[in-house]
Design a protein around this ligand. Structure first.
Ligand SMILES: *Cc1c(COP(=O)(O)O)cnc(C)c1O
Length: 423
């Protein structure tokens, strides 16, 4: 049996309708920005394997750090115990996070980082004896697939089977160009008419919605409105964190600090699943009490896994090298050049760039759905041409590993241009 045949016998893949989907490609190795399948066909990984892998596949520096940790202390329970790798991750993050972030809580993936933030927002008010049960989120947001994270997500594919079973979430429009006032007014209206505990948002870029971008000034305004009304703010930096937007965190562009930040994806350079939610001292203090019932009764067995922590420390080391910062700037300039080249193409609606993130919206005759026919055509064309890109409907985005070479980038651009001509 081939790997594909065995796969279809045993495995259930994410976001996949197995009856109509194509067989998955069996990847056998990766190096830098490249992947090879079992037949040795080469692919450029232009989306950093779902945005997790900024430093390239099979990175030796991170692998060595992981090996060293695995052979020193691979894991120990975090209830009642602590260890140096976790403390070091906290110390490193404190130095680079917005100054008001003082406490960090470990979990396993982006969804759990969000789950923890939402539960903390709700329990914060419970602990203070205040009834606040509504969470505010953006339209078309994506915050993950566990229940509270899914409730905060506004993309119907992910949530429609579970309508009516969610915590109370109210959506406001994203302050994209021309919609800023509409967004501010909607937020004020929701806060006035509901008992709002928190506002969760993807700062500056909504990833899964198709790299929808909005300005830092607008986000600062929304956060200020929340601050005035004592609504806790949650920056979901699971996608944007660790250099993707050109700064370490998207919040570094914003003139207002959130109460909580969610991190995962690039945190460990795409190696060990790990996530972190960070908090202000003020949020932590609402749980600090003689009464045990006010504690945060949330935890995961693998919380603060030392091996994951070692991977995170090595990743932060890499991110902070001059070489990596130069790479980020190089890719950004390259993207801006490509944007200029194609934004006036008759088949292009718009193109946009922030940091290493680039997106282009392609004109289509019909209303394009998330997994519509144009998406399939584009996806197949990219795969045939040895480029891993996962369009969102008619939106093609690039989120390359920072170590992608200029030559590889040019090939990705050329393939996208050819795809635009093809559809
Ligand atoms: C990917 C993502 C999540 C969910 O992370 P998982 O690790 O897939 O659970 C949450 N929020 C944002 C912004 C994301 O991009």
């Amino acid at each position: 049996m081939t790997l594909q045949e065995k796969d279809s016998q045993y495995l259930w893949h994410p976001y996949t309708q197995h009856k109509t989907s194509q067989t998955p490609i069996a990847i056998s190795r990766g190096e830098g920005a490249l992947l090879w399948d079992e037949n040795n066909k080469e692919y450029i990984d232009a989306i950093a394997s779902w945005w997790v892998n900024p430093f390239g596949h099979s990175n030796k520096f991170i692998a060595d750090a992981i090996y060293k940790q695995l052979t020193t202390l691979e894991h120990v329970l975090f209830g009642g115990f602590t260890h140096e790798p976790a403390i070091k991750v906290a110390e490193r993050l404190m130095k680079i996070l917005p100054k008001n972030q003082q406490k960090i809580f470990f979990s396993d993936n982006g969804s759990t980082a969000v789950e923890v933030a939402i539960k903390v927002a709700l329990q914060y008010f419970f602990n203070k004896g205040e009834k606040r049960t509504t969470i505010i989120a953006f339209e078309n947001a994506f915050h993950g697939d566990t229940f509270a994270a899914m409730a905060a997500s506004g993309i119907s594919f992910y949530t429609q089977a579970f309508q009516g079973m969610f915590i109370d979430v109210i959506r406001i429009p994203v302050p994209v160009k021309g919609q800023e006032e509409v967004s501010y007014d909607a937020l004020k209206e929701v806060i006035q008419n509901h008992n709002c505990a928190g506002f969760i948002f993807e700062p500056l870029v909504q990833g899964a919605a198709g790299m929808v971008m909005y300005e830092p000034e607008s986000l600062a305004k929304l956060i200020q409105i929340c601050n005035k009304n004592k609504v806790l703010t949650i920056a979901d930096e699971v996608m944007t964190g660790f250099g993707k937007t050109g700064k370490t965190f998207a919040m570094d562009y914003v003139d207002a600090d959130p109460d909580m930040i969610c991190l995962s994806k690039a945190l460990t350079g795409g190696t060990i699943p790990m996530a972190i939610t960070t908090f202000t001292q003020e949020v932590f203090d609402a749980f600090y009490d003689d009464d045990i019932n006010k504690a945060l009764f949330h935890g995961h067995t693998f919380t603060a896994n030392p091996t994951g922590c070692a991977a995170a420390l090595a990743s932060i080391d890499l991110l902070q090298t001059d070489e990596m910062q130069t790479n980020i700037d190089r890719i950004n300039k390259s993207h801006l050049g490509f944007q200029k080249k194609i934004e006036n193409h008759p088949k292009v609606i718009t193109a946009r760039t922030l940091g290493v993130i680039f997106a282009v919206e392609i004109k289509s005759d019909s209303e394009e759905s998330y997994y519509g026919s144009m998406r399939t055509k584009l996806y197949n064309f990219f795969i045939e041409n040895g480029v891993v890109l996962r369009p969102v409907g008619n939106i093609v985005y690039i989120l390359p590993p920072y170590i992608m070479t200029d030559e590889q980038l040019q090939k990705v651009y050329a393939t996208i241009e050819a795809a635009i001509e093809m559809v």
